[in-house]
Design a protein around this ligand. Structure first.
Ligand code: KIV
Length: 276
C-alpha cells in the first residue's frame, strides 16, 4: 500500500521512526522502495552526486522532473517527495505553485520539499493553498549556503537556535507535513522535535529527530568527492563496481568474454547458403 502524508504524520504520533533516502533513477528507487523505506526524496543533490556539478543551484525544473519521473515509475510503497530546485521558487516565487504542481501532475510525486529562504513563508503558503503537500527544510540550506557563511552547522548560539525554532513553528502553522533539519546541534533538533506535532527528519541533526534522511550515494560509498561528518557509509559499492569493470576489461582483452554461452546461433543450413 502506498504511504500518504497522513501515514507519515501518524508515525510520529505512534513513536515510529521515519526512514527517508534520496533516489534519482528507476533502478535505485525500486531497490529502496522494496527495502521498505518510508519516503524517497528526489533531491536536488542530484546536481552534486550524479551530474558532477558544484552546486545544487545548477539544476533546474526540467532536470528535476526528468529524474522525478524515473523515480515515480519505480515506486509502489514510499511517499515520493520532489525537491524544488532553486530557480523554481527562489528566483521566481510567483511561479512556485505552478512549478510545484508540475512535480505532482507531470512527475507524479506525492509532495514537494523547499528550503528555507527569506520569502519561504510566503511561497510555502502559496503552494499549500494550491493543495500541494510541502516538506520544509531548515538549518543548513545548501541552495543559500553562501548567505549562511558556507556549509556550516546552524543554530549553535542562542539567536540562531531561536531562529530555527521560530522557522519550524511557522512552517508547521502554515501546514507543512514534516520538516528536514540539516546540520543542527542534536539538542536544538531535540527541542524542535519536542515542540512540533509534525515529524522532523534529521540529517546531521542527531538521534532525537522523528526520522532520518541520507543521500543514498553517500550510504553506498558511490559518491567519492567528499564525505560530511554526518554520513555513515554502510558499504563501499564503488570498490565492487570497479572490480567488476576491471574483470570485464580483462576478459574482453583476453578473449574470455563473450563465449558462445552469450552468443546467438544461426542454423547451419542457412549459414551454408551465404556466399561471399
Ligand atoms: O537534496 C537532497 O539530497 C536533500 C537532502 C540532503 C535532505 O535535500
Amino acid at each position: 500500500m502506498k504511504l500518504t502524508v497522513r501515514d507519515i504524520i501518524c508515525k510520529k504520533q505512534n513513536a515510529e521512526k521515519i526512514t527517508m533516502l534520496t533516489a534519482y533513477d528507476y533502478p535505485l528507487a525500486s531497490i529502496i522502495d522494496r527495502a521498505g523505506i518510508d519516503i524517497i526524496l528526489v533531491g536536488d543533490s542530484v546536481a552534486n552526486v550524479v551530474l558532477g556539478l558544484d552546486s545544487t543551484t545548477q539544476v533546474g525544473m526540467q532536470e528535476m522532473l526528468h529524474h522525478a519521473k524515473a523515480v515515480t515509475r519505480a515506486v509502489k510503497h514510499a511517499l515520493v517527495v520532489g525537491d524544488m530546485p532553486y530557480e523554481s521558487y527562489q528566483v521566481n516565487p510567483e511561479k512556485s505553485a505552478m512549478n510545484a504542481r508540475s512535480f505532482i501532475e507531470e512527475a507524479h510525486c506525492d509532495a514537494v520539499k523547499l528550503e528555507w529562504f527569506d520569502r519561504c513563508l510566503e511561497v510555502t503558503e502559496r503552494i499549500i493553498k494550491s493543495g500541494i503537500a510541502v516538506m520544509g527544510h531548515i538549518g543548513l540550506t545548501p541552495q543559500t549556503a553562501d548567505k549562511l557563511g558556507g556549509f556550516k552547522v546552524q543554530g549553535k548560539d542562542v539567536e540562531s537556535a531561536k531562529r530555527l525554532i521560530e522557522q519550524a513553528i511557522a512552517l508547521e502553522r502554515l501546514g507543512c507535513f514534516s520538516i528536514v533539519l540539516e546540520c543542527v546541534p542534536d539538542l536544538v533538533a531535540q527541542l524542535i522535535t519536542q515542540r512540533l506535532k509534525i515529524p522532523t527528519i534529521g540529517i546531521g541533526a542527531g538521534p532525537w529527530c522523528d526520522g532520518q534522511v541520507l543521500v543514498t550515494y553517500d550510504l553506498l560509498g558511490l559518491f567519492e568527492r567528499f564525505r560530511p561528518k554526518f554520513v555513515k557509509q554502510y558499504t563501499n559499492i564503488s570498490v565492487k563496481i570497479k572490480e567488476a569493470i576491471e574483470e570485464y576489461k580483462k576478459e574482453v582483452k583476453e578473449g574470455l568474454f563473450p563465449t558462445r554461452e552469450h552468443s546467438f546461433s544461426i542454423d547451419k543450413k542457412e549459414l551454408d547458403k551465404i556466399i561471399l
